[in-house]
Design a protein around this ligand. Structure first.
Ligand code: FES
Length: 313
C-alpha cells in the first residue's frame, strides 16, 4: 500500500553529506543525503542505469554519484547531471533520471512525500514539540507495518515500555479519531503498585496511543490520571522489505512533577535514565495472543483512506 502522505523517514541527525543513508519506508526504497549547505534530499535507491543501489555511491557537489559507473544525479530533480567519459560533443540524455521525492524537515525528522501530485497536508510530526533532553533510536522489527500499527492499539505493552510503568488492558473509553489518528487511552499503574483482584480500580496513569490513518507517525503519551503529561514519544514507522517494519523515534520527559510518582521513577528521572524503550525484539507469542479489539476500528478507517498501489500508478 502507498498513500498520498508525508512519511517521517529518518532522524535528522542520521542524514548527512558524508554518507548516503538507505531507508525503506512506506514500501519505497529510498536514499537520503544532504548537500554541503545541509539541504536534505530523497531519491529512489536505484540507479536508472543498471539498477545498483544509489546508497552505495558518494555525495558530490552536484548531487549523488552512483558507485558503479559514476553517473551523478541531482538531489532535487533526480536528473542525471554528469556521465563520466562522455565526449565533449555529447550531452547527458534527459531520460536518464532517478526518481526524486519531495522532502521536508521538521521536529528532528526528515519527511518524504510518498504519493502522487503536489505535497500537501500537515507533517506527521507536527504535534511533536520536544521540551528538554531527547531520547532517540531506530530499528527494524520483524512484523508487517499493518500488524505493528494494530498491535500498538491492541497491546502496546508488547512493543514498548515506559520505565517503572505497567500497562493494563483496561481501556479508558472508546477509540476516537483525532487529527488523522485513532486515539485510545488505557489504564496503567506503577510497577511498584500491586493490582487489587477486582476489576474496577483507579488507574494512576494513562497511556495514550495515537495511530495514524495515513502515513506512519505514531504518538504515545504517558499521562497522570489528571492528564498531566509525563513522557511523549513519536515513532515513525513504515513498511520495509519482506514483511518487516522500519522504526525511528524521538521522545522526551515533560518537566511536570506529580506527587504520587514512586521514588524509583523520580530517581531515574533525576539522572536522565532512559524513560522508555521501543522494542527491537518482539515476542511473537505475545502478539499472537492479543485480542483484536480497537485495531478493528483502525483497519476500517484506514481502508477508507488508503490507496492501493495499483490505483496510484
Ligand atoms: S549502475 Fe549507476 S552509473 Fe551505472
Amino acid at each position: 500500500m502507498t498513500t498520498n502522505a508525508w512519511w517521517a523517514s529518518a532522524l535528522s541527525e542520521s542524514v548527512n553529506s558524508e554518507k548516503p543513508l538507505a531507508v525503506a519506508f512506506g514500501g519505497e526504497e529510498l536514499v537520503l543525503f544532504r548537500n554541503a549547505e545541509g539541504q536534505a534530499f530523497a531519491l529512489e535507491d536505484r540507479c536508472p542505469h543498471r539498477r545498483v543501489p544509489l546508497s552505495l555511491g558518494i555525495v558530490v557537489k552536484s548531487g549523488l554519484q552512483c558507485g558503479y559507473h559514476g553517473w551523478t544525479f541531482d538531489g532535487a530533480s533526480g536528473s542525471c547531471t554528469q556521465i563520466p567519459n562522455l565526449h565533449a560533443t555529447e550531452k547527458v540524455p534527459q531520460r536518464y533520471g532517478a526518481r526524486a521525492f519531495p522532502v521536508a524537515e521538521a521536529n528532528g525528522f526528515v519527511h518524504v512525500w510518498l504519493g502522487e501530485g503536489d505535497p500537501c497536508g500537515e507533517l506527521p510530526s507536527a504535534d511533536y514539540c520536544p521540551k528538554g533532553r531527547e531520547y532517540t533510536g531506530s530499528t527494524i522489527v520483524n512484523m508487517t507495518h499493518d500488524q505493528y500499527l494494530a498491535a500498538m492499539l491492541d497491546g502496546p505493552e508488547c512493543l514498548l515500555d515506559f520505565q517503572s510503568v505497567r500497562m493494563t488492558d483496561f481501556f479508558l473509553g472508546d477509540p476516537r479519531p483525532e487529527n488523522g489518528r485513532l486515539v485510545l487511552d488505557r489504564g496503567a499503574v506503577w510497577t511498584t503498585q500491586i493490582l487489587p483482584s477486582n476489576f474496577v480500580i483507579d488507574y494512576p496513569l494513562i497511556v495514550r496511543t495515537a495511530v495514524p490513518l495515513t502515513g506512519g507517525g505514531i504518538r504515545v503519551d504517558l499521562l497522570s490520571e489528571e492528564e498531566v503529561q509525563l513522557s511523549t514519544l513519536f515513532i515513525a514507522s513504515g513498511a520495509n522489505r519482506r514483511g518487516t517494519t522500519s522504526l525511528c523515534w524521538r521522545g522526551f520527559m515533560h518537566n511536570n512533577r506529580i506527587a504520587k510518582a514512586p521514588l524509583r521513577w523520580r530517581a531515574a528521572r533525576a539522572v536522565n535514565r532512559l524513560p522508555f524503550t521501543v522494542r527491537s525484539q518482539i515476542d511473537g507469542a505475545a502478539i499472537a495472543a492479543l485480542l483484536v479489539a480497537p485495531s478493528r476500528d483502525l483497519a476500517a478507517l484506514r481502508d477508507q483512506v488508503l490507496i492501493p498501489v495499483r490505483a496510484a500508478v
